[in-house]
Write a new protein. Structure first.
Lengths: 290, 268
């Protein structure tokens, strides 16, 4: 109790009231008798990118859908701010796999933003947020796409638009579900550059599902290997040198590790400190503090 | 050319078309975008049971029973669809066939099926003044509701998880939309006819998708093509003494094929 009080006064003057720690404890999802994953414990920090890797069917996407509240789960999902206090519902930004996005309908990028951001019926009135949308799209270098139909965008373009949308309003937690699978190399680089920019300049929690282990090694602060539960987690270096990772990914991880400097470059990327001094006060889960 | 408007029943039918077709054009956009064509079809089948129950129970009028039952039927499908892991079309198929079978069973009891057969084809010429006014009320209500619900429905149609992340109550929005479609189907079934009512919920938007690039165009073309096929269908049906509902659907289908051919010239 006293501890919390001190932290409280220490944090004064900083904007530390935002969600900072996302804690999943004994997180389990079952559909009927089928266990999708069980006893997942993940602690994602703000200002960091937590990458979730694992084979197909490991339960990665379901994990995100459970965090969104679309799938029911057991175990707890807690959000605390930098002072260790429980915070309210965080703003969540979500970028789905672009292949699962229905782009056949006659909807422009501006339409999509309008229906998400404004209560004014988009089918009847002209949009009143065009300027805001342009600003949003500038961030992902996609202003020129504003009047394009969703179906006319390339995979990379659509993912940038969806990312811009997920960042409007600026979320506390950004969930990315294989955002760039099937996107070409050029689109991939732009996307990860934007992510890096977010990591450096915004104090948000990013949870990324990816099959691109090289990119994960390069950009993640924390890696969680899932296979119907958490197999291992830690820094990219820890996870990628773990024998269980090699066992699951076989040649992939092995090959990467053997390439030495040209493969994973985790050494260069140090987990960064939080912005504005808003760290998680109780990073190590403590019993009896809740 | 307009001498047919001298007849009262034609004047009423004309007004009815002016009220019904914008409704179908509007709802059609999201029926198609949400891939609910099969769902709206099953509503027509469920309506059969609603009618039969109304006729058997006799406390309420067939119309009231029909509307009530259709809404319950629609909400039930939506609810089970969201709870069950079985595929949507299987669940709808189960409901659809149960709805029509129970309805037919009850109607045919004692050999009294004939008095219901008018619901199969529908008769727009039989519409009365009072019914026109209730149609107008429904039209105003549905368009007003559309002002509130459309944005959410569109997000939902694109990706459900994404809608959830934007704080949209998926089940609630789906249920309201399902109930709206159910009411419109229930009130128009006696004029349009059960056999073809679903085509009016699919064809206008299907045609509009071929030639539109934005949400506004989509709505304008869908409502426009529904009204054009409605009015021209009614006139042709009068000229050549054919069933109005069927003629309207044939014209709507023609418009669909024309827009399909024109697609490359319109869609960017």
């Amino acid at each position: 109790m006293l501890k919390k009080f001190f932290r409280h006064s220490k944090g004064e003057g900083n904007d530390c009231s935002r969600v900072c720690c996302t804690k999943l404890e004994n997180f389990t999802v079952k559909v009927g008798k089928l266990t999708i994953f069980e006893d997942v414990n993940i602690h994602a920090h703000c200002g960091q990118l937590t990458a979730v890797i694992g084979p197909n069917g490991a339960g990665k996407s379901t994990l995100l859908r459970a965090i969104l509240g679309e799938v029911s789960h057991t175990g707890s999902l807690k959000y605390t701010d930098a002072k260790g206090k429980h915070s309210g519902k965080p703003v969540i930004g979500y970028v789905p796999q672009y292949l699962k996005f229905d782009v056949s309908a006659p909807v422009t990028v501006l339409d999509l933003f309008s229906v998400c951001r404004s209560s004014r019926p988009a089918w009847l009135f002209p949009s009143n947020i065009r300027h805001e949308v342009e600003e949003s799209l500038k961030r992902v270098k996609a202003v020129e796409l504003i009047d394009r139909r969703l179906g006319a965008l390339s995979g990379g373009e659509l993912q940038r638009v969806l990312l811009a949308l997920a960042l409007n309003p600026m979320p506390d937690i950004l969930l990315l579900d294989e955002p760039v699978s099937g996107v070409d190399q050029n689109g991939l680089e732009i996307f990860y550059n934007i992510l890096e920019d977010l990591q450096n300049n915004e104090d948000m929690t990013i949870i990324l599902i990816s099959h691109d282990l090289n990119m994960v090694a390069k950009h993640a602060d924390q890696v969680v290997l899932m296979n119907k539960g958490v197999v291992c987690s830690g820094t990219p270096q820890e996870v990628f040198s773990d024998h269980r990772t090699r066992k699951i990914f076989g040649m992939l991880a092995e090959g990467g590790a053997n390439r030495g400097g040209t493969g994973f470059v985790w050494v260069e990327h140090q987990p960064k400190k939080h912005q504005a001094g808003c760290g998680c006060p109780d990073c190590a889960p403590k019993e009896g503090e809740e | 050319m307009m001498e047919w408007l001298e007849y009262d029943f034609m004047k009423n039918a004309f007004l009815a078309i002016l009220l019904i077709t914008p409704l179908f054009g509007l709802l059609s956009t999201m029926v198609v975008s949400n891939r609910m064509a099969f769902f709206s079809d099953s509503l027509g089948h469920g309506a059969f049971t609603g009618l039969a129950i109304g006729a058997v129970v006799g406390i309420v009028s067939p119309m009231e029973s029909l509307i009530l039952f259709s809404v319950v039927f629609a909400l039930l499908i939506t609810w089970i669809k969201n709870k069950s892991s079985a595929s949507t079309d299987t669940i709808i198929g189960v409901f659809s066939s149960t709805g029509i079978a129970v309805g037919l069973m009850m109607m045919s009891y004692g050999g009294g099926f004939n008095k219901f057969s008018s619901y199969l084809i529908g008769d727009i010429l039989s519409i009365t003044h009072e019914e026109l006014i209730s149609l107008l009320v429904v039209l105003v209500l549905v368009f007003t509701a559309w002002g509130f619900i459309f944005n959410k429905l569109l997000v939902l149609s694109i990706n459900q998880s994404f809608a959830r992340s934007r704080g949209i109550n998926v089940m609630l929005v789906e249920s309201i939309f399902a109930a709206m479609v159910a009411v419109v189907v229930a009130i128009s079934i006696q004029w349009v006819g059960l056999l073809i009512i679903n085509s009016l919920l699919v064809l206008p938007a299907a045609a509009a998708r071929n030639v539109s690039n934005s949400v506004k165009q989509y709505h304008a073309v869908s409502i426009g093509s529904a009204m054009i096929s409605g009015l021209s269908g009614l006139m042709l049906a009068y000229e050549f003494n054919m069933a109005a509902g069927a003629t309207i659907v044939v014209i709507a289908a023609l418009i669909f094929f024309i827009t399909m051919a024109l697609k490359p010239y319109f869609v960017r």
